[in-house]
Design a protein around this ligand. Structure first.
Ligand SMILES: NC(=O)c1ccc[n+]([C@@H]2O[C@H](COP(=O)([O-])OP(=O)(O)OC[C@H]3O[C@@H](n4cnc5c(N)ncnc54)[C@H](O)[C@@H]3O)[C@@H](O)[C@H]2O)c1
Length: 439
């Protein structure tokens, strides 16, 4: 076994079988190779099976390997060239990085380095990576939206269904000519998620028609016990973005299981509910939803709270403005609109079986604020203890400023007495669920 470099792109391929005779004595077996790569590539590739994939190492890693006497060939040898297309040992998968025709490397033939070129410095390039766990309707809507909006350089997809994963990966890759460039990888092995900036979790059972989100919780906690420790192992500095329902309880579960600080564990919460709210209002006012500002806070679900007192249209506080004009806004009208927000998901599920597009865009908006340090304010599920008189360590949505480090701060939004009471009731309902969880 040995490690070779193919062309000038710094991609390494591990190879066995025909090359055994030329073995570097320092790399005699799979396990040794795995250990070596693990050591010199920040512990990414501890599983020997993973080593038999294409592995990209930076030039600084190559130098480190050389210094430590590990074989690192700067030129492609004939036999390595010949096997460049067959990367995975024992599999017929083809390498996307190199093409051979009649013994000629087509990449090297078509592209030549400029005069006096240095080696590519991969370490200088900041690669943003987003993992999506669960490639169902929601996971794929998230992945697709993130790619379309050019938010990440790498997308790693993980699921328990290997066939579905490969099918979804290929389907997205086939759109490469129409999309911003992104590396899309997929595997049931969490090693591919290594060094993610954000890990989005959409895996799990989804709501059945008429099923409350809270009834889902026990089913999904058991999935999280498998998923979260794996994500933490490979991306200890990531931000976790939880979408699986019931999202508030599962964000709490993810926080507990991960051991991450609470600013790096976020639930998509009422970001979507607030969009539904703004859309309903915008529709009635015949104005762009971007100009209608208002938050739904609390639980992503039945006990959510619409903050009518702070709704504004183009900067004009709506309820106050109407009152000043002597127009009485009937409570029933407001409650009906809120009911439509809460029932929105159930209606879509009844009609098409699941929700996907809106949550995909909601997730992408959160990823953009986080990865690009946009410092936008989103109502998302956060550890709410200490805010608005909430005493429990409960996760629910509050307007939060999001940036590269996760939650930067919670907006001190003034609430009426009634809004405060409803928010506290929502917190109590969620705390009750949390207490029952086996965490
Ligand atoms: N927070 C929100 O606003 C919001 C909105 C819509 C849906 N959701 C939730 O998102 C979740 C996914 O919904 P969906 O419609 O995509 O469901 P789906 O059934 O289409 O997809 C779920 C995927 O998870 C995978 N999976 C199951 N267990 C797994 C495990 N242990 N590890 C990895 N993958 C696993 C399944 O194979 C499947 O591909 C549900 O919990 C749903 O209620 C949340």
């Amino acid at each position: 076994m040995r490690i070779g470099v193919i062309g000038q792109v710094g991609s390494y391929h591990l190879e066995t079988s025909s090359l055994r005779k030329q073995c570097n004595p320092k790399l005699r077996c799979q396990q040794e190779a795995a250990a070596a790569l693990s050591k010199y590539n920040k512990g990414n590739f501890t599983n020997p099976a993973v080593c038999f994939r294409e592995i990209s190492l930076s030039w600084s890693t190559q130098k480190k390997m050389k210094r430590n006497g590990l074989e690192c060939r700067a030129e492609a040898t004939g036999s390595i060239r010949a096997t460049a297309a067959s990367i995975e040992v024992g599999s017929s998968e083809r390498s996307p990085s190199s093409l051979e025709i009649a013994g000629a490397n087509i990449v090297e033939t078509m592209f030549q380095p400029v005069l006096d070129a240095g080696p590519p410095d991969h370490s200088a390039r900041r690669v943003s990576k987003v993992t999506v766990v669960g490639v169902g309707n929601v996971g794929m809507a998230c992945a697709q939206t993130i790619i379309t909006q050019d938010l990440a350089d790498q997308i790693a997809l993980v699921d328990i269904s290997a066939n579905k994963l490969r099918g979804e990966m290929l389907d997205l890759q086939h759109a490469a000519a129409f999309l911003p460039r992104a590396d899309i990888v997929a595997d049931t092995d969490y090693a591919i998620t290594a060094h993610s900036d954000i890990c989005i979790v959409t895996a799990g059972a989804r709501q059945r028609e008429g099923e409350s989100r809270l009834a889902l919780v026990e089913r999904n906690v058991s999935f999280f016990k498998q998923i979260i420790p794996e994500l933490v192992k490979y991306s200890p500095n990531a931000i976790l973005l939880i979408i699986s329902n019931p999202v508030d309880a599962l964000t709490f579960v993810a926080w507990k299981l991960s051991g991450f600080p609470s600013n790096r564990v976020i639930g998509s919460g009422t970001n979507l509910d607030s969009s539904r709210f703004r859309w309903l209002m915008a529709n009635r006012l015949q104005v762009n939803a971007h100009n209608v500002h208002g938050y739904i806070v609390g639980e992503h679900g039945d006990t959510s709270v619409p903050l009518w007192s702070s709704v504004n249209v183009g900067g004009v506080p709506m309820i106050q403005f109407l009152q000043d004009k002597g127009i009485l806004v009937e409570k029933d009208t407001l409650e009906e609109l809120h009911r439509m927000v809460v029932d929105g998901a159930y209606e879509v599920i009844k009609l098409k079986g699941y929700t996907s597009w809106a949550i995909g865009y909601s997730a992408a908006s959160l990823v953009k604020s986080l990865l690009r340090d946009q410092r936008r304010i989103h109502p998302v599920s956060v550890c709410a203890k200490g805010f608005h008189g909430i005493e429990d360590e409960v996760f629910l949505s509050l307007p939060a400023e999001l940036g590269r480090s996760g939650i930067i701060g919670i907006l001190n939004i003034p609430l009426t007495e009634e809004e405060t009471q409803k928010l506290q009731a929502s917190a109590k309902a969620l705390a009750e669920i949390q207490r029952k969880l086996d965490i």
